[in-house]
Design a protein around this ligand. Structure first.
Ligand code: DC
Length: 224
């Protein structure tokens, strides 16, 4: 029964911690973790593979419609994404595909398909849905809606640490900061699809919190 299923939306700027927080919170609650960015990334990834122009909205819509997305919870409470019956390629998470995804996500027809995919997941269980428009467009009536925020300086420091931990020594704090500012601008200037804080969204400032503290804070709010 879908009305028994709970939706928690987590929106936020790039590097606000929303991906890790969403994944960990979903695992803690044994909910499906739906990472909406992965949908746009897959459309971009397959468009590039099939040499489809990233300006051709109709072709991009067709690609989006041709992909069967399945989010499956494994026995450890971790959500695995399958695309057309295959485990989702990890390649989609690289910077290059991220940039292409930001282009394909501008198209209303692509967004409509992605929105339907996200809503359909509610048939499979309770959700932690991570995105930009999760609480404003996809599930405006979600029971719990959170918006994670932190200053651009704190987010840049986090990105820097991640990149260094991944063994990438060629990173520069100023460059990361400029990149984040550019992506913040795009994310907040997409018309109706912009990252939005609705009246019923709880704003969570994460500057002084680490990931586990944020997860704990949200878990307490959900259980209250
Ligand atoms: O969250 P992410 O970095 O994986 O998202 C990849 C791109 O897709 C990013 O440029 C923003 C866009 N996106 C979006 O427009 N709406 C969403 N719900 C999720 C992602």
């Amino acid at each position: 029964m879908t009305d028994k299923h709970i939706v928690i939306t987590i929106d936020g700027l790039v590097a606000s911690g929303k991906s890790t927080v969403s994944r960990k919170l979903a695992q803690k609650l044994y909910f499906l973790h739906v990472n909406s960015g992965a949908l746009y990334r897959n459309v971009a990834f397959w468009a590039e593979k099939q040499k489809v122009s990233l300006k051709d909205e109709n072709q991009l819509e067709k690609i989006a419609q041709s992909l069967k997305f399945e989010f499956k919870l494994n026995s450890a409470g971790i959500t695995e994404l399958y695309v057309n019956n295959m485990p989702c390629s990890q390649e989609i998470f690289n910077e290059h595909i991220g940039l292409l995804a930001s282009q394909v996500s501008m198209f209303p027809k692509v967004r409509t398909v992605a929105t339907e995919v996200q809503r359909a997941q509610l048939l499979n269980g309770s959700l932690v849905l991570e995105g930009r428009d999760a609480g404003s467009i996809v599930f405006p009536n979600a029971k719990f809606k959170f918006y994670l925020t932190a200053s651009v300086e704190v987010r840049a420091e986090r990105r820097l640490k991640d990149q260094l931990a991944q063994g990438n020594p060629n990173v520069n704090l100023e460059e990361i900061k400029e990149n984040l500012e550019r992506r913040d601008y795009t994310d907040t200037h997409k018309g109706i699809y912009s990252l939005k804080i609705t009246e019923t969204t709880q704003i969570i400032k994460t500057d002084d919190l680490d990931i586990d503290e944020i997860v704990e804070l949200l878990a307490v709010k959900v259980k209250a």
